[in-house]
Design a protein around this ligand. Structure first.
Ligand code: PMP
Length: 392
């Protein structure tokens, strides 16, 4: 039987494992940071309408520049910036800074130009485009680990070398250690993930600014979970006007409850967007994807209405875990990293046997669980108690 070893595979891909979060059929799935809430009926109707309007034209290639989607994303981000108090760094943060509660109030002040927007099939593809353009053979990308497991995989897939720098014991990054790492390694690309997956904590913008000042390369701020952040979180979008090497990447997979559509996006200087155009495959965003994403953005408040509920469940889970004797990393995301576990894989298996799928991300002594519906929280807390009671 032919195996991978028999194929003329690239040497640098030999021995590597693909991304592989288990997709198991269990009652409660809290392992890939999805949004457990289904798409609301009013958005389903809008999607049906938008999608049926493009069906007759599927004989044609889609809009290669996805202009309408670009404008819709820019408009959404204008609202985010407006609630954050404008693009100037250091502006006082209002309550629930990145909150979507007032998304309806977006007046569209034109802070983000559509020419600054990029989009692709999930932010994973956005990141791949960035690494194809700015990474590649002979180059390096640096990240602060533990962090999102796809950052090194995407880096390596372009032939660039991955440099991992340890986070502090509390999973934070200090300005001093970030600057020292960037000065030592002089990477072509730096990844800063905030809120960070799998630890959940956000990053002080001072770290992003310090890394931008210390580096000469591209700085990617991966903000996949920004909408779930606690009051005081500041988005790196506010730094864009002064930093042409900064790219802020986001997604509709989490807060928008739209993971199945595959729509991620990035915001940067228009010259950076021109660079991404060099590596994307022609017509990479299907007409169906563009139509679905535009319909969703037109109904952003309805889709984002679950954010507050998920934050509430996250805090319920945190309290229950602390109560049960675990440690919990304070979270700005829709998930929690909890620790103080003697044998994480055994607990992962016990919870799975109790019908709840969580994630073993390989961090010693820790597991990760994402917030879901109130019923899923009940099931998770119940499973934790049952497992603890049956463990001698
Ligand atoms: N960035 C981070 C930090 C993530 O956790 C994820 C998804 N797990 C992604 C990017 C990619 O998400 P998507 O491709 O669905 O946009």
């Amino acid at each position: 039987m032919t195996t991978l070893d028999d194929l003329p595979l690239r040497d640098d891909l030999r021995g590597r494992s693909p991304y592989g979060a288990p997709q198991l059929d269990v009652p409660v799935r809290l392992n890939v940071n999805e949004n457990s809430h289904p798409v609301p009926a009013e958005v389903v109707s809008a999607l049906e309408h938008e999608l049926s309007a493009v069906l007759h034209d599927l004989n044609r290639y889609p809009d290669r520049e996805f202009d309408r989607l670009r404008s819709a994303l820019a408009h959404y981000l204008d609202g985010v910036l407006e609630r954050q108090g404008g693009p100037a760094a250091g502006t006082a943060a209002p309550e629930r800074t990145d909150s979507v509660r007032s998304a309806t109030e977006n007046t569209g002040t034109g802070r983000i130009d559509p020419a600054q927007i990029w989009a692709a099939n999930g932010s994973n593809e956005v990141l791949a485009h960035i690494l194809q353009a700015f990474g590649g053979p002979g180059r390096t990308a640096l990240g602060f680990t533990p962090s999102y497991s796809m950052h090194p995989l995407i880096t390596a897939s372009t032939g660039a070398v991955w440099i991992a720098v340890d986070r502090e014991a509390d999973f934070g990054i200090s300005v001093e250690s970030a600057v020292a790492a960037v000065r030592e390694h002089r990477p072509d690309v730096v990844f800063l993930c905030t809120p960070n997956n799998p630890t959940g904590n956000g990053l002080d913008l001072a770290v992003v600014e310090a890394v931008l000042a210390a580096s000469t390369g591209i700085v990617i701020v991966d903000e996949a979970y920004a909408e779930f952040a606690r009051p005081g979180f500041r988005t790196a979008l506010t730094l864009l006007p002064d930093h042409p090497r900064l790219i802020v990447s986001r997604t509709m997979s989490k807060a928008f409850a739209f993971a199945g559509v595959r729509l991620g996006y990035a915001v940067a200087h228009p010259a950076v967007i021109d660079a991404l155009r060099l590596v994307r495959l022609p017509y990479h965003l299907s007409a169906l994807t563009q139509a679905a994403a535009c319909a969703a953005l037109a109904h952003a408040p309805a889709l984002l209405a679950t954010v507050d509920a998920l934050v509430e469940q996250r805090e319920r889970m945190a309290a229950a875990l602390l109560d049960a004797g675990f440690t919990v990393v304070p979270s700005d995301s829709n998930f929690l990293l909890f620790g103080g576990i003697a044998e994480p894989h055994a607990l992962w298996q016990d919870l799975l046997d109790a019908g709840v799928l969580v994630r073993d991300t390989g961090i010693p002594g820790h597991l990760r669980v994402n917030a879901g519906t109130a019923e899923e929280t009940d099931a998770f807390i119940d499973a934790v108690h049952r497992v603890l009671e049956s463990t001698p």
